[in-house]
Write a protein that binds this ligand. Structure first.
Ligand SMILES: Cc1ncc(COP(=O)(O)O)c(C=O)c1O
Length: 352
């Protein structure tokens, strides 16, 4: 890995961050006449803690790490955006994105005028280090990996991640948005060995709080400091911080729901494997299934006419004729399976 000072954009290295009024004296019990707030109100009249100290402490405790190694974003999407802003010089630097994967990495890079180097994953949806490293040069600042990968649902092999973290000269962003649905501890334990590794997590999936917009990153404190210096001062609002703390106190309920979704995933997978319009169901460690079918358009139209929406992924690398189906509640999955059965009977009898 190159030194962080060389990876950072020059203007960010020289940046004097905005100092918000509320970085000190958070504890309460003061007369706050420093931030031009309206004094009338119970708590939402006040700006939220810009450093989100209580929430970071709570996450640190749960994940056995330290607050200084945590960054919170307005969804992990904000963190992806900030990483590009901090490290990728527009029109000069590039990012490497294996394909297929989550689409926002590319969109965020495009927004910032960064070159995107796409490298196909192997047919098994695992990264091929030699292919990735052969695309990298001195301007390659970020490599995006996703485990379990969206849309293929597979975890990445540990040896592959280690090799890439060791040999890629820039930062490796490893997005674990769906980790809780997998039977795996993920790659948190690698953080100490690879200072260029950044893990992304989110409250949007297993925690069931996509609506509050809260994602988080684990990384070396120096990387966290850089992200903190360029974020909007109050990027995580008070309601979000409060809701996240409340959900973390209900971790047993979250675990129970994750178990239900896993069980449902098994059921839907087994069912789809029996359908004659299905060619392949990719094994998944996430809350969705990538399914190769004979005619994705026909299936999607049939389902949407009956009120069920799934996602066409057939134009992505290695995803020919594939759709992605999110695992819903048991009743929603029963409806999906009933409709798929009808679809199967309707078209199978016509030899389609
Ligand atoms: C791999 C991956 N990362 C991140 C996100 C977005 O997370 P957030 O809601 O925290 O922005 C998604 C959403 O679908 C995703 O699939």
């Amino acid at each position: 890995m190159k030194p962080l000072e060389h990876l950072m954009r020059e203007n960010i290295r020289d940046l004097k961050p905005y100092q918000s009024a509320r970085e000190t004296h958070q504890a309460g019990g003061y007369v706050y006449l420093d931030a031009n707030e309206n004094p009338f109100g119970r708590s939402l009249n006040r700006y939220p803690d810009p450093l989100q100290q209580e929430l970071k402490k709570r996450i640190a405790l749960q994940k056995s790490t330290e607050p200084a190694r945590i960054f919170l974003g307005n969804g992990s999407d904000e963190i992806i955006d900030l990483l590009i802003r901090a490290f990728v010089e527009p029109a000069e630097d590039n990012v490497i994105i294996p394909q297929p994967t989550y689409g926002m990495y590319e969109v965020a890079a495009n927004i910032h005028g960064a070159e995107v180097r796409k490298v196909p994953l192997g047919k098994d949806f695992q990264p091929i280090p030699a292919d990735i490293l052969s695309q990298a040069d001195a301007q390659s600042k970020l490599l995006f990996l996703c485990s379990p990968n969206n849309p293929s649902g597979n975890l990445l092999n540990e040896d592959t991640v280690r090799e890439l973290a060791r040999d890629f000269e820039g930062l490796v962003v490893l997005d674990e948005a769906y980790l809780e649905f997998a039977r795996s501890a993920g790659f948190m334990s690698l953080l100490g060995n690879y200072p260029n590794l950044i893990l992304l997590r989110t409250f949007s999936k297993a925690s069931g709080l996509a609506g509050i917009r809260l994602g988080y990153a684990f990384a070396d404190p120096k990387i966290i400091e850089i992200l903190t210096s360029i974020k909007y001062p109050y990027n995580i609002n008070r309601l979000t911080q409060r809701m996240a703390l409340r959900r973390m106190n209900r971790f047993r309920q979250v675990r129970r729901i994750v178990r239900v979704i896993r069980r449902e995933r098994q059921k839907v997978e087994a069912f789809l494997n029996r359908c004659s319009f299905v060619e392949q169901v990719h094994p998944s460690d996430a809350n969705f299934l990538l399914v190769r079918v004979k005619d994705p358009r026909k299936l999607m139209d049939y389902l949407s006419n009956k009120g069920v929406i799934i996602r066409d992924r057939s134009n992505l690398t290695h995803c020919e004729r594939a759709v992605r189906i999110t695992i819903g509640k048991p009743g929603e999955n029963r409806l999906l399976m009933k409709l798929c059965k009808q679809f199967d009977q309707k078209y199978n009898s016509h030899g389609t």
